[in-house]
Design a protein around this ligand. Structure first.
Ligand SMILES: Cc1ncc(COP(=O)(O)O)c(C=O)c1O
Length: 428
């Protein structure tokens, strides 16, 4: 039996803060109905909530921000000239499916980077996205229409903690959100063995993030194979968020597409240049996989989704054709994870994550996540996110993010080391 079910508001975008769901940006304070209730709070941007939590305090030291997961390594040098060369294309409306060179570059990159059952077809198995976030939302809406009638109330499964776009997408799709707790005990990946047939029979889609945000867990080949079997047996979509796949310091993570069979049936992977190429502001990513699903996805996107400017797709062609800047990016993250290994050791349950750029620390013995976030901000000038702002309570009240803080190692190594030293000094 799935213990993670929790029913939220049924209307799309009904809750305050759903439109402010970015993990990488916090906009102005949006006060809306329902914020005062625990359910209302759960729907709001974790960044907005952190800003409000810390508002009454002044940092005692110059501020170091580890709360925003916004990559800050340099933008690759080749971006400017490529953009300049294609400026005239801003004069054209972009087609929803993306320009052919982009689809070819994305397909080539995927087929080279991963051990796919066969090369991806750029014509029918790639769709350009305006960053992966909007794609995840629109994919949930597409899945609810695409999979057809379910046995019971349609549901979308997601890890807990999770990237807020999954929840916004599931809600916009009119589905029940089913939260699958990811904890130290299950390796920070949803435990597939807890899913019963009745739940799976009404599942429209499952979001999976590998590497996971916030814990950095990476799904094994065996995990993806088991998930694919469940998806095929019960006819639901796997929406595999792989935007952190290029951020690792040891072994390259795999893709759900590697285990998706010859036609990638029921599997769509989401990629992005935000993390891989330090281009979070450029807003280019793509979806790849099941061609039938992508055809339905394209139909919806063609009338409803943001298009991707053609000059930016040309920049993306150059970015997917270059691995030098990606290796340099990994080198910079490796330096910071080496520092984290040295400075944190095994304190607060720290373990170097398999992927991503976040550190997930257990501070349950040190006053809990909110109190620790306040203390670090006020006394050490270090800004982090309380883990419970990234997760939701399960039906039984257990909140898998509570007691943790998330640190994003996105700034330079000096600031990162300074922040980690201050953290240890305050918490020890
Ligand atoms: C897990 C996860 N998925 C998706 C995204 C979306 O990134 P983008 O829209 O920049 O591709 C983020 C951004 O922080 C993320 O953390």
């Amino acid at each position: 039996m799935c213990s993670g079910r929790r029913v939220g508001p049924s209307t799309a975008f009904e809750s305050a803060g759903v439109s402010d769901m970015a993990m990488t940006a916090s906009s102005g304070v949006a006060q809306g109905a329902g914020n005062a209730t625990p359910a209302g709070q759960a729907e709001r941007s974790p960044f907005l909530r952190t800003t409000e939590l810390l508002a009454p305090y002044q940092p005692a030291k110059p501020l170091i921000t580890l709360s925003l997961g916004e990559p800050q390594h340099p933008v690759p040098d080749f971006i400017g000239p490529v953009l300049a060369k294609h400026i005239a294309d801003f004069g054209r409306y972009p087609l929803a499916r993306g320009i052919e060179p982009f689809r070819r570059a994305a397909a080539n990159w995927l087929s080279t980077r991963f051990q796919l059952p066969r090369p991806i077809d750029p014509e029918s198995e790639i769709l350009v996205l305006n960053g992966s976030r909007e794609g995840l939302v629109f994919a949930a809406i597409t899945a609810a229409r695409y999979v057809g009638p379910r046995k019971g109330r349609p549901a979308i499964l997601m890890p807990n903690p999770f990237y807020p776009a999954y929840g916004a997408g599931a809600r916009a799709a009119g589905c029940e959100l089913i939260y699958l707790p990811t904890t130290l005990a299950n390796g920070f990946l949803p435990d597939l063995d807890t899913l019963d047939d009745a739940t799976l029979a009404r599942t429209v889609a499952m979001f999976i993030a590998s590497p996971a945000n916030p814990q950095g867990a990476v799904a094994s080949r065996d995990y993806f194979i088991r998930l694919k079997k469940l998806a095929d047996r019960h006819g639901f979509m796997i929406l595999s968020d792989e935007c952190y796949s290029e951020i690792y310091t040891r072994q390259a993570p795999g893709s759900a597409l590697e285990c998706a069979g010859p036609d990638f049936t029921n599997v769509v992977a989401f990629q992005s240049l935000s993390k891989r190429s330090n281009l979070p502001g450029m807003r280019v990513g793509f979806a790849a996989g099941d061609r039938k699903f992508l055809s339905a996805f394209h139909e919806l996107r063609n009338v409803a989704a943001p298009q991707v400017p053609v000059p930016l797709q040309h920049v993306a062609v150059a970015a997917y054709g270059d691995e030098v800047h990606v290796e340099e990016n990994r080198r910079l993250y490796r330096i910071k994870f080496d520092l984290a290994d040295q400075i944190l050791g095994s304190r607060y349950g720290y373990a170097r994550p398999a992927g991503g750029f976040c550190v997930w620390l257990d501070v349950s013995e040190r006053g809990g996540d909110e109190a620790t976030a306040v203390k670090l901000y006020r006394d050490a000038g270090v800004r982090v996110i309380p883990g419970s702002y990234l997760s939701r309570p399960q039906d039984d009240g257990f909140n898998p993010g509570a007691g943790y803080i998330r640190l994003a190692l996105v700034s330079d190594s000096e600031s990162t080391a300074e922040a980690l030293h201050r953290l240890v000094e305050i918490l020890d």
